[in-house]
Design a protein around this ligand. Structure first.
Ligand code: ZN
Length: 329
């Protein structure tokens, strides 16, 4: 008789068995919750392209951070929207800038949350690029080395406010080394660096630009963010950041780059984060609103795939919500 000896289905017959043999499990401690703090709002303002997400005033930060902590999520990642922008990104490294105040709010509230800050200049620059511009508008380029000094100052100001981890996202060469040197020089030797090592010039950041009010006024970011078809280049970026002192490396976005996460996990032993970005969030929300997808199932499947690919940490706008589902299970 031609019956199969091995029957893979035996191990799938009940939910209990499936649960026992599940290879990848999400837990609340896998997640980081991004929060957008704005000096331009006096109360929570919904972000149209990211249903369920808000720009929040500094006065609401402690309350929102508390909800994140209560859901079981261990960390928040702050992005700032300043009242004033200029050509030097001055508000990025202002001691009393929006992110610096948000960090102090959380730390003074006594919440046991890991506080991570995005370190970039785009939200603070009048032109919206991630670094200092050199040259006239049309022919302008982002000056890598001049930007490093400002990124390092920004990171030090976040550390001084109490940030546990600073997260450089500008894709400037040498940023991790410059920030490590500056932090150590100011005695912030225990402030860690999570580097956006392989950050692609992706269309999936679309909704974020509304959230962070940071689209470039002209040109695009393709001269510093990575070209999307490349994976070997991502390995070089990650290796350089580890050599420069990154404590955690990141791949961004996550869903269209699961192969990059997987290859990086096989090659490097550093903790790895993946950013489940605004466009990944928005497309599921839009489909769910039309009744085309079950949001909860879609989200759990997507986030599990990111962990299965190799991410140790997942930055996601669903962090608090998913952590509360996981708590119920
Ligand atoms: Zn930027």
């Amino acid at each position: 008789m031609g019956y199969p000896t091995v029957r893979m289905r035996r191990m799938r017959v009940s939910e209990k068995l499936r649960l026992m043999l599940r290879e990848t499990r999400l837990s609340a401690s896998d997640f980081v919750m991004p929060l957008f703090v704005s000096e331009k709002v006096s109360e929570r303002r919904p972000i149209g392209s990211m249903p369920g997400c808000f720009q929040i005033p500094v006065s609401a930060v402690a309350e929102d951070a508390k909800k994140v902590a209560q859901a079981g999520v261990p960390a928040v990642l702050f992005f700032g929207i300043p009242e004033r922008k200029d050509e030097k990104g001055s508000e990025a490294y202002n001691r009393d800038g929006v992110v610096q105040r948000a960090v102090r709010e959380v730390k003074e509230s006594g919440l046991e949350l890991v506080v991570i800050t995005d370190v970039c200049l785009c939200e603070y620059m009048s032109h919206g690029h991630c670094g200092v511009l050199r040259g006239e508008r049309k022919a302008a380029t982002v000056d890598n080395d001049a930007s490093l000094e400002l990124l390092a100052r920004t990171a030090v100001s976040h550390a001084a406010a109490g940030a546990d981890i600073v997260a450089p996202s500008a894709m400037m060469d040498g940023a991790v080394a410059a920030i490590r040197r500056a932090l150590d020089g100011e005695d912030f030797v225990m402030t860690a660096i999570m580097s956006y090592s392989a950050k692609y010039a992706s269309c999936f950041y679309g909704p974020f630009r509304e959230a962070a009010e940071s689209p470039p006024a002209f040109g695009d970011r393709r001269s510093y963010q990575m070209d999307t078809p490349n994976w070997r280049e991502a390995m070089r970026e990650i290796e350089l950041d580890i050599d420069e002192g990154a404590d955690i490396v990141m791949v961004k976005p996550a869903l269209a780059y699961l192969d990059v996460i997987c290859r990086a996990k096989a090659k490097f032993d550093s903790p790895m984060a993946a950013y489940n970005v605004s466009g990944e969030y928005g497309m599921v929300k839009a489909a769910a609103q039309r009744g085309w997808l079950d949001e909860k199932l879609a989200v759990l499947e997507i986030l599990t795939s990111i962990k299965r690919a190799g991410a140790d940490l997942i930055i996601s706008y669903w962090a608090a919500e998913v952590a509360s589902y996981l708590g119920e299970a």
